[in-house]
Design a binder for this molecule. Structure first.
Ligand SMILES: NC(=O)c1ccc[n+]([C@@H]2O[C@H](COP(=O)([O-])OP(=O)(O)OC[C@H]3O[C@@H](n4cnc5c(N)ncnc54)[C@H](O)[C@@H]3O)[C@@H](O)[C@H]2O)c1
Ligand SMILES: [Zn+2]
Length: 365
């Protein structure tokens, strides 16, 4: 299956396929020549050989470079090490970088591509569900700094995205579910069709039935591609993609990044942010119930750990990157396809936090 991101001269295809197609598919975008395959220490042992063989088979001359794995290594130091290695290898403006891995690898390689020799062509080969439905599409690249996540980077579009669906077989169930949090987000954003389809097919998606999973990924990519085509640099509607993230990031910050997986935090965040819509009278309580039902069907949590306090969650939103002039704007879901950007008050954030915490244990009388 093939989709595209329409950005004029910088348009590119998103191919849902197999890793073995990489060489042939890339040869349709670039005349075969030198390329550097960048992967990490977890994914390279599993898939680098297949990727290299595919590139060589299509006439490319690939070199493999490995970078460290994990969010903790999504740093300026890793970026610097990668750029230094590329320069040592003598890359030139005709060299293509190919990222093989999850969102962390894709974000680092994309940033290295944007900055090395003022811009090398790059290809995203996402191998996690989250990277297939979200991180690999749209051209946001970058690294974390001690000051926060993704604070240094660039908007830099790939020339091709090849979602290597056959690599999902080795992804852990936890990482797979994490991607489902972003699938849920896309279904909420896109509208009733996708939301109801996902509700009907949740079991099949969770069981990774190939045809159904491919449809889910394609619908997410199509939606994201459409938004990116309209608002590449997040001047407006691209901010809708932050649905569930205002509260989700607050939970991640409170608990320490990594203790609640990002996709889980987003799913819980969507529920809390929907509760604000209900409190405003913009959505019926049945919407909240429908959301909770689908979230559970996807194997995702609907509540944050009980030891968190409402006040701590509200306080944590003060560190949100999207806060401007003291006002926090969130992408509030009032229903499928009814997500709008709106300023939220601390009192409303309390409502959201209450909706995602277990009810207070009753005091024995
Ligand atoms: N650029 C964007 O628009 C965008 C959007 C969303 C998220 N992100 C970023 O994406 C990152 C999260 O991405 P992620 O969830 O893919 O995490 P990740 O890249 O850390 O991958 C998760 C783990 O799975 C391993 N892995 C990857 N593919 C595998 C496979 N096929 N089999 C076995 N193991 C595999 C990875 O090596 C890693 O250990 C975050 O840094 C986030 O900021 C970026
Ligand atoms: Zn996210």
């Amino acid at each position: 299956m093939e989709l595209s991101v329409n950005l004029g001269a910088r348009s590119y295809p998103i191919v849902l396929g197999r890793l073995g197609q990489l060489g042939v598919r890339l040869a349709r975008e670039r005349a075969p020549g030198r390329c550097v395959l960048v992967s990490n220490e977890v994914v390279a042992p599993l898939y680098a050989q297949t990727a290299l063989a595919s590139l060589e088979g299509a006439g490319f001359e690939p070199t493999l470079v490995q970078i460290p794995d994990g969010e903790a290594n999504k740093t300026l130091a890793t970026w610097q090490g990668l750029v230094a290695r590329l320069l040592e290898l003598g890359v030139d403006r005709q060299t293509t970088l190919v990222s093989l891995g999850g969102g962390v690898t894709g974000d680092i390689v994309g940033f290295a591509a944007s900055s090395t020799l003022r811009g090398l062509s790059f290809v995203q080969v996402p191998t996690t569900l989250l990277a297939m439905v979200d991180a690999s599409v749209g051209g946001k690249t970058g690294v974390n700094t001690p000051q926060g996540k993704n604070l240094v980077g660039a908007f830099y579009q790939p020339i091709l995205v090849l979602a290597a669906m056959d690599t999902l077989a080795t992804l852990s169930p936890e990482e797979f579910r994490c991607g489902l949090g972003e699938v849920l987000k896309h279904a909420v954003l896109e509208g009733p069709d996708f939301f109801e389809w996902l509700a009907c097919n949740a079991q099949a998606v969770l069981a990774q039935e190939p045809g159904v999973l491919e449809q889910a990924i394609a619908r997410c990519c199509a939606y994201k591609a459409e938004i990116v085509a309209q608002d590449e640099r997040e001047g407006g509607i691209r901010a809708l993609l932050n649905c569930g993230h205002t509260l989700g990031h607050a939970l991640e910050r409170e608990l320490g990044f990594g203790s609640l997986r990002h996709g889980e935090a987003v799913a819980i965040g969507i529920i809390g942010e929907a509760a604000i819509c209900v409190a405003r009278g913009h959505a019926p309580t049945a919407w909240l119930e429908a959301l909770r039902t689908l979230t559970m069907a996807l194997g995702l949590p609907i509540q944050a750990p009980g030891h968190l306090r409402v006040s701590a969650i509200v306080q944590s939103t003060r560190h949100d990157k999207k806060r401007a002039h003291g006002i926090l704007t969130a992408a509030l879901p009032a229903g499928p396809g009814r997500v709008t950007l709106s300023a939220v008050t601390p009192a409303e954030l309390s409502v959201a936090a209450q909706a995602i915490l277990p009810p207070e244990a009753e005091c024995p009388s």
